[in-house]
Ligand binder design. Structure first.
Ligand SMILES: NCc1[nH]cc(CCC(=O)O)c1CC(=O)O
Length: 323
């Protein structure tokens, strides 16, 4: 292990949303612990996608959050970036010259149901017929509609805190929803875990590929940074997300595809991967559940899951959805 050059400041590019800032601050802390004395600087960026309040598909899809920061890492104005792996598109390769030098140990992957402040409801079952649930993830929409076709799923955008404010109806203009679905790990990172009521098991609401995983990205040819970040890598999480993302990549999903995928490591050290592709209203879906073989490359497991989903008609489902 070589020491990070003492005269170099490590600049971390991050979105300026509170969740992204919390994540980057946490990573800065880990780096300082790993390399005492290191100078770390956060470079917050308000991306085009953060400023745009309309439909993301109109401005280049959700990959826009990461694209702008990737360009800064590529261009050298920052040395690294912290991305939610969930927000990193699975259908296009990482930009030229960039690598994920590490992923951190996976946080909670589950989604939770949040109710407006003061509500005494606790679960999805408590919601009256026709209630409005806020989410913009097609994956969540499909799975909610599958169990509760009566619910009106309403789109919501913006940072996690903003979504909760909208739910609480803090402003006159807010569209009232009766509940919202958010990631447990996002709430946790914002110190808002107490707002979560029903925590959906992964069987009730299969997570997004990469859920709960923070990816540390840098330039491939930047030896000192790649080496330092590599020391923070969590092998098991890396294997799991590699399998999930290989599955997603093979599906050629677009950002409007209701794809879910979750890989976990068993007691025996073997991976098990579950993938699902839904029609937008959740009324139909295809599903693969596979166990890794001893010694199998995680990407090969992902490819097998993908092949199984395609065999069942995943491509037809994905193609039928406007994007
Ligand atoms: N789409 C925004 C986003 N990207 C990552 C997370 C949560 C953290 C994670 O799953 O890594 C969230 C918030 C949410 O979905 O509620």
């Amino acid at each position: 292990m070589s020491d990070f050059p003492a005269d170099r400041t490590l600049r971390i590019g991050t979105r300026s949303s509170p969740m992204a800032m919390a994540q980057a601050t946490m990573v800065a802390g880990l780096l300082r612990k790993e390399q005492p004395g290191i100078r770390v600087e956060l470079v917050p960026v308000t991306t085009q996608a953060d400023r745009w309040h309309g439909d993301l598909a109109q401005v280049g899809g959700k990959g826009l959050f990461v694209k702008q920061i990737d360009a800064m890492v590529q261009g050298g104005s920052v040395d690294m970036a912290v991305h939610c792996m969930k927000d990193v598109p699975g259908d296009i390769p990482l930009p030229q010259g960039l690598v994920f030098a590490a992923v951190l140990a996976r946080d909670d992957v589950r989604d939770v149901l949040v109710f407006p402040q003061g509500s005494d409801l606790q679960t999805l079952d408590d919601l009256p017929v026709g209630a409005a649930v806020a989410t913009s993830a097609v994956r969540r929409r499909a799975q909610l509609q599958r169990v509760r076709p009566d619910l009106a799923v309403v789109r919501v955008r913006g940072a996690v805190g903003t979504r909760i404010d909208k739910l609480d109806g803090t402003r006159e203009s807010d569209t009232a929803a009766d509940a919202a679905v958010l990631a447990a790990s996002g709430l946790e990172r914002l110190g808002l875990s107490h707002r979560g009521r029903q925590v959906f098991s992964v069987d009730e609401l299969l997570p997004a590929v990469g859920a709960g995983v923070l990816a540390l990205e840098c330039r491939e040819d930047d030896g000192p940074v790649a080496e330092l970040l590599g020391r923070l890598n969590h092998e098991r999480t890396m294997a799991e997300v590699t399998a999930e993302r290989a599955m997603l990549e093979g599906l050629r999903g677009h950002c409007n595809s209701p794809v879910a995928g979750y890989c976990a490591t068993g007691q025996d050290g073997l991976l098990s991967l579950r993938g699902m592709v839904f029609t937008p209203d959740g009324s139909a879906f295809v599903e693969a559940r596979l166990r890794g073989e001893p010694g199998e490359d995680p990407a090969a497991l992902g490819a097998r899951a993908c092949a199984e989903l395609l065999r069942q008609g995943a491509a037809e489902i994905i193609e039928a959805i406007p994007h």
